[in-house]
Ligand binder design. Structure first.
Ligand code: GLN
Length: 370
């Protein structure tokens, strides 16, 4: 009988020995009556299935291939150029309007040290809302679950900058990835750090192992000068008592975090700590507790792409985050991180080609979080 494989889990040696016992049962021809523990993949990873009550026919020790070849990535890259011209570069922040629409880069890095890149993976762009993941990780580190008193964790089903829900939900934003929620997170971050801009930059530099990451001041200023909607969100929340700092200051820090300039390679590296269960793979620093990466990943999957989150989860099956600069960063826990950059956006404000690329990617490698 065939055994269904559910997921890979990093585990400890104690659990491995349990699996060994199961293998002995198997070799004695006994029936497996457990709901999980089944197949050993290597000494750090186990493949588990849920609710199975089966005989094991064979134990496969090979690690399934979880990333494509350079040729396959190049093929996706070439094929998706056919979508050029079908989206639109963000122009509500004037400094973003000048970006070359036909930029297209992909960078992938696995936890076991493989990396792939193609196209414009070395060119820096404005990470915009992808920064919301970094700010949330920083705040989660300090406040833990206390942050969920001030911001929800449900998909909004609304555009990223919508004001509507906020009024009838009494100034508590639906989730930390719509602009209102991100402003609350930035506000709390400002209460936690004396120099929040320095702290954010420092955090991002440490998780991608690169001290050159900087704020693109030109973009920060441009967004700050056109931030009426974010200011409105901030003042509305302030009126409900859900903003601790001066709204102008919060919006200023928020515009800076959005204006961080990074390339696909750097963003991919910055997402690897999430794939690595909250531990920075470059210096082994434990950034998040065991359950925090679960929370961040669940939020990215359900809310990371605003009112396109369900569709993206359906198509690509990855936790990830987009930004109006055209970047999309995503990851497979225990395995890899990937960033795609293509500045033309779809009607939801997500990178049109970025989303397509990730759908192709998980389909081609036959691996997602599901
Ligand atoms: N800085 C942008 C804004 O506040 C971020 C939006 C986004 O990337 N979706 O509008």
């Amino acid at each position: 009988m065939k055994l269904e494989v559910g997921m890979y889990v990093r585990t400890d040696k104690g659990f491995i020995s349990q699996i060994k016992e199961f293998k002995e049962h198997y070799t004695k021809g006994k029936r497996l009556v457990t709901s999980s523990k089944v197949k050993e993949v290597d000494e750090n990873y186990l493949s588990l299935s849920g609710n199975q009550c089966d005989f094991i026919d064979s134990i496969d020790y090979s690690i399934p291939p979880c990333y494509p070849s350079d040729e396959e990535i190049e093929k996706i890259h070439q094929e998706l150029k056919a979508y050029w011209g079908k989206g639109k570069v963000a122009d509500y922040i004037p400094a973003l309007a000048g970006v070359e629409p036909k930029r297209y880069g992909i960078a992938i890095e696995t936890l076991d040290g493989h990396s792939f890149q193609v196209g414009d993976a070395d060119i820096r762009f404005s990470i915009q809302s992808i920064s919301k993941v970094f700010a949330l990780a920083m705040v989660t580190r300090h406040l833990g679950d206390r942050i969920w008193k001030f911001v929800g964790r449900e998909p909004s089903g609304n555009p990223f900058n919508s004001l509507v829900q906020l009024e009838y939900e009494h100034g508590i934003p639906r989730n930390p990835f719509i602009n209102a929620g991100a402003l609350v997170v930035t506000d709390r971050l400002m209460s936690l750090y004396e120099q929040p801009k320095d702290a954010i930059l420092q955090f991002v530099r440490s998780i991608c192992g690169n001290d050159d990451i900087y704020y693109d001041k030109h973009i920060a200023r441009s967004e700050r000068e056109h931030a009426d909607r974010n200011m409105a969100l901030g003042y509305l929340m302030k009126s409900f008592g859900n903003m601790e700092n001066d709204v102008e200051d919060v919006v200023d820090v928020y515009c800076h975090q959005c204006a961080i300039a990074m390339n696909c390679k750097e963003l991919t590296r910055a997402f690897l700590f999430l794939a690595n269960h909250g531990v920075n793979p470059f210096n082994q620093e434990k950034i998040l507790t065991v359950s925090q990466p679960k929370r961040l990943g669940a939020l990215m999957l359900t809310c990371g792409f605003y009112d396109e989150s369900g569709d993206f989860a359906f198509r690509a099956g990855l936790p990830g985050k987009s930004g109006v600069g055209g970047g999309v960063a995503a990851y497979i826990p225990g395995n890899l991180a990937i960033t795609v950059w293509s500045p033309e956006l779809n009607r939801h404000g997500n990178s049109l080609i970025g989303m397509e690329t990730l759908e192709r990617f998980t389909t081609d490698i036959n691996n997602s979080i599901f």
